[in-house]
Design a protein around this ligand. Structure first.
Ligand code: FE2
Length: 461
């Protein structure tokens, strides 16, 4: 705006350079005087959604494909992969390329869905492993493809990528390229992975699309509505493909060697895990399975959060699919029932941040609880903008609520770098016409380190 004012002045001759500079100074001074908490709706206008990619070509029957890894306890990783034909569920691994000193054997399963029959879905848990170490591995004894992953570090700092509602379009590709362009330790996905939407071969193409990244760093996911894939009478079991293909550590205790160890959830649709030696506790909640009073998920969440030692866990973060706070016109109110069931629990445990997907836009809220700004509530962030085929949710509610700090309908991904026991840096990276741009950032301080929020008598556990 200031530059335009200078340009017009030159053309018309009506404003001298000194006056133009004065305008610039006044505008900048006015901007600097604005309160930091002013709610902002970004004016950025996005290009349209991109076409779904074609990734439907199968590999040979014995060749591992769709390889991805996930954390399975403090020092173990689960390797998951698919072969079209029969093959052993073995993973051979070691710290040098082509030199596999250890091996593990897991299990194999298949599923059918309407007329589709899956390949052989294998998984095997490898470890114990050293932290922050690169391991080379091959699956099903196949010499055709060698993969490598790096184990997460056992201490802070720890770098998460958070990307929701990925899908498999050209914009997904753009998001994945940007994710790959900067290193990270683990990816968190708050639901809506493949957008297969009943066409099961799309789960396979999604597995191939994300393999370069998901075979190299742990990808920790929770389910969205697109994972349900329930068809009345024909396919009555929900999450058939998701549970078969994306097995998470629901049967592994979330905490490590701490005194209080929460029990495993027992359900792939919600679970928790620790990273950085317990400095960060991550709770992956299920928005599309029971969460209300009397539900197994709610009872597990109570036990899980009660067992978190905030003297050790500097940060506690939670992921859901449908956001609990949302000022986009899309999916208004869809997270309200879950919020009503669980918000007090999270608040009592002083959860530092809640990340959501579902709404195909970015939005960051202030610390909130009970619909109001609260210094001891979590920062809520919607980052459902990975690049899916449904496009962006461009209509926001007006006026922007005071608790909404920044919102923009663009594709992108987020990064949470837990720097130390007191600070984490959150950044949101917009896919700005194929170039990543940091469009929003905020420093999040640990509520465990905030004496005003750390009075145990205030906790509503
Ligand atoms: Fe969704």
């Amino acid at each position: 705006m200031a530059a335009a004012a200078v340009g017009r002045g030159r053309r018309s001759g009506g404003m001298g350079m000194a006056q133009a500079l004065l305008v610039v100074v006044v505008v900048l001074a006015a901007a600097a005087a604005l309160p930091a908490s002013l709610a902002v709706t970004s004016p950025y206008v996005r290009p349209p959604p991109r076409a779904t990619l074609s990734l439907l070509q199968d590999a040979d029957g014995q060749t591992p494909q769709q390889v991805h890894v996930s954390m399975a306890g403090q020092d173990k990783m689960r390797v998951s992969w698919i072969t079209a034909g029969d093959a052993p569920a073995t993973v051979e691994y070691g710290t040098a390329p082509g030199h596999y000193t250890r091996s593990a054997t897991g299990t194999t399963a298949t599923y059918s869905y309407l007329l589709y029959r899956s390949g052989n879905i294998h998984d095997a848990v490898v470890g114990p492993l050293r932290p922050a170490t690169t391991y080379y591995y091959r699956c099903s004894g196949s010499a055709a493809r060698e993969f490598s992953f790096r184990t997460p570090p056992a201490t802070l700092p720890f770098r998460f990528v958070v990307a929701g509602d990925l899908g498999q379009t050209g914009w997904t590709n753009s998001t994945l390229e940007h994710v790959a362009a900067a290193d990270y330790d683990a990816l968190l996905l708050p639901g809506d992975l493949s957008y297969a939407d009943f066409v099961q071969s799309r789960w396979d193409s999604f597995g191939r699309l994300v393999e370069p990244l998901a075979s190299a760093r742990p990808w920790m996911v929770t389910e969205g509505n697109h994972e349900v894939e329930k068809l009345p009478l024909l396919e009555p079991t929900p999450f058939k493909a998701y549970n078969a293909r994306w097995r998470m550590p629901y049967d592994v205790s979330g905490a490590g060697a701490g005194a209080a160890v929460p029990p495993p959830s027992g359900d792939n649709l919600y679970y928790s895990f620790d990273v950085a030696g317990g400095a960060v506790h991550v709770v992956m909640l299920g928005s599309y399975t029971d969460y209300g009073a009397g539900s197994a998920q709610l009872a597990w969440l109570q036990r899980d959060l009660a067992a978190v030692d905030r003297g050790r866990a500097a940060f506690v973060v939670a992921l859901v699919h449908a956001p609990w706070y949302n000022s986009n016109e899309a999916h208004q109110g869809e997270g309200d029932a879950m919020r009503a069931a669980m918000e007090e629990l999270l608040y009592g445990a002083r959860v530092d941040a809640v990340f959501a997907g579902h709404v195909h836009a970015y939005e960051r809220f202030a610390r909130v609880y009970g619909g109001k700004e609260d210094p001891c509530g979590p920062v809520h962030v919607t980052v459902g903008d990975g690049g899916n085929r449904e496009g962006l949710a461009g209509k926001f509610v007006h006026p922007q609520p005071a608790i909404s700090a920044f919102r923009e309908a663009s594709f992108g991904h987020g990064r949470l770098e837990v720097v130390n026991a007191t600070h984490a840096l959150w950044t949101w990276h917009r896919n700005d016409d194929d170039e990543p741009v940091v469009a929003d950032q905020v420093l999040i301080t640990s509520l465990a380190a905030n004496p005003a929020c750390n009075n145990r008598t205030n906790h509503k556990m």
